[in-house]
Design a protein around this ligand. Structure first.
Ligand SMILES: Nc1ncnc2c1ncn2[C@@H]1O[C@H](COP(=O)(O)OP(=O)(O)O)[C@@H](O)[C@H]1O
Ligand SMILES: [Mg+2]
Length: 506
């Protein structure tokens, strides 16, 4: 007898205009199994999952659930088949409680609150979800919101759970919690499909991995017996080096000096507490710290988006505190910040790359008569250099996959030829190959003499790429160390506020 799969896709094809997003994809997932779906940005992962959850309809091919061929016309149909998807961007009603969101759209809205609450708590305890059913969504952290999304699909009886890059918005500790929940669900016989770009997570959580490349299913492998290198090579289709270069630049001059800088948040609490550091040309200064330690405020104060309460920011010895963002950009300081939810990155979603490039050129003060052709050339150069997947440079940015949008964002900053480039979380959500492209780009800038401030999350990457690492904790600097002479453990300690016996390097 053939095995009954929870999900079986045969020759699934989906086209968007000229883009063949899914090209005869085959996929099989068993009950009681966690399958990782791996592929570069734009390889068709989300599209395929959206067809399983009834958002898109395949142009060709068949889907079977529990051994029966089905047609999934809507998310309702999917739910009826026991398929629930946790999307990259949550779909919760902000002013409602967790409980109200969970029952929204179900027949059981009219259950007595007490009965409902107990039912929810029972589901939670069965898989280890921690949630306060009465808490309002607007009071929740990203991770809590995700928990509500999971609860929502479990409440509807999902046996097949799809998670599209769930860990992109989580801290390592939150990811561990999520994985514990997924393991429990697997034990109970659920089939789980998870998309993540973090290979150590793929190795940690999955039983098998299906690899997509350019819309095609390339191979399915057992996770046991794989390593990061093997997965990367399969994903990219050729051997890829996982080394990060650290070129030496001979001539270094201090270009930016932050002196006794204090910044308050709008709610009156301290964001940056009397910090001082400098950055040189031809240097990458890595910034480490738990999210929310002052990284965002640092970026925004240097670029004039936030006001300083005290202190100075000397750029070429001139104090730029008090200047407008437009003036600061014109002076040659450029910044891009990829937020946790990867929304609101400063691009206009309805416009194509060309117009988004023009937008930046305008703000740098070249006037309204900029040449569209110039912007078009820039955009085309970026597509080529960064391997951006898009039907064309005029395709609205909102139709591009998240990773590709991020490449546009960083590329645009670089095209502005800054002298100081501040980049926060540029590889958030990027596949590994694209991440390495970004590291190469930053190194290229460094070799050109640009001073790069790189705010990162992955300590291994910070250690390999940076010349010096500055560690932030609760808005204070707990250390500035030579990246070649420090360890992950030491950085970790400094991130929690402990200072390490270490010479501070200038
Ligand atoms: N609604 C859409 N309209 C046009 N093109 C789309 C749409 N959704 C996805 N695409 C394109 O399909 C390809 C695959 O995208 P996607 O499935 O989001 O990739 P992934 O999730 O692997 O990053 C990309 O080239 C993307 O630009
Ligand atoms: Mg995707």
């Amino acid at each position: 007898m053939t095995e009954q799969f929870a999900i079986e896709c045969k020759e699934i094809t989906k086209r968007f205009g000229s883009v063949l997003a899914n090209d005869r994809i085959n996929l099989q997932v068993k009950y009681g199994e966690i399958m990782a779906l791996l592929g570069e940005n734009g390889s068709g992962k989300t599209t395929l999952m959206n067809m399983l959850s009834g958002i898109y309809h395949p142009d060709g091919g068949t889907i079977s659930v529990g051994g029966k061929e089905v047609v999934i016309n809507s998310p309702m149909d999917a739910m009826g088949l026991g398929i629930g998807m946790i999307h990259q961007h949550f779909k919760l009603v902000d002013v409602f409680s967790a409980m109200d969101n969970v029952v929204l759209g179900t027949k059981e809205k009219r259950l007595k609150p007490k009965v409902l609450k107990q039912k929810i708590l029972d589901i939670c305890s069965s898989v280890g979800l921690e949630i306060d059913p009465e808490k309002k969504i607007y009071d929740m952290s990203v991770s809590e919101k995700q928990t509500v999304e999971i609860l929502k699909v479990l409440y509807r009886g999902a046996q097949i759970l799809i998670l599209d890059e769930p860990t992109a918005v989580l801290t390592p500790q939150e990811t561990e919690k999520l994985f514990a929940i997924l393991r429990k669900m697997k034990e109970q016989g659920c089939a789980i499909i998870i998309i993540t770009h973090k290979l150590h997570e793929v190795l940690d959580i999955s039983d098998r991995v299906t690899i997509l490349r350019k819309g095609q299913s390339i191979e399915t492998v057992m996770t046991a017996g794989c390593d990061e290198k093997k997965l990367t090579d399969l994903m990219v289709g050729r051997p890829v080096s996982l080394e990060i270069e650290r070129p030496e630049v001979a001539e270094k001059n201090t270009i930016l000096k932050v002196v006794d800088l204090t910044v308050m948040k709008t709610d009156g609490t301290m964001a940056l507490d009397d910090i001082s550091f400098d950055i040189k040309t031809g240097e990458i200064l890595g910034v480490a710290g738990v999210a929310g330690s002052g990284q965002k405020e640092l970026c925004e104060t240097i670029t004039g988006l936030m006001a300083a309460k005290q202190g100075a920011i000397l750029y070429h010895k001139e104090n730029i505190v008090g200047k407008t963002p437009a003036e600061i950009i014109k002076l040659g300081i450029s910044m891009s910040f990829v937020p946790e939810d990867r929304l609101g990155m400063g691009l206009v979603a309805s416009m194509g790359m060309v117009d988004n490039m023009l937008l930046k050129t305008y703000s740098s003060g070249k006037g309204p008569f900029v040449e569209r052709n110039g912007a078009r050339e820039q955009a085309e150069r970026l597509v080529e250099r960064l391997g951006i997947v898009t039907p064309g440079v005029d395709t609205p940015v909102r139709l591009m996959s998240g990773g590709n949008v991020q490449k546009v964002l960083l590329g645009r900053e670089i095209e502005a030829s800054p002298q100081v480039l501040i980049t926060a979380y540029p590889v958030r959500g990027l596949d590994i190959n694209s991440s390495y492209t970004v590291y190469d780009l930053l190194n290229e800038q460094k070799k050109k003499g640009v001073a790069v401030i790189f705010i990162g999350e992955d300590l291994d990457v910070l250690l390999e790429l940076s010349d010096r690492i500055m560690v932030l904790c609760h808005g204070q600097i707990t250390g500035i160390v030579d990246a070649k002479k420090t360890t992950k453990e030491e950085i970790g300690l400094m991130m929690t506020g402990r200072s390490v016996e270490k010479e501070v390097v200038a």
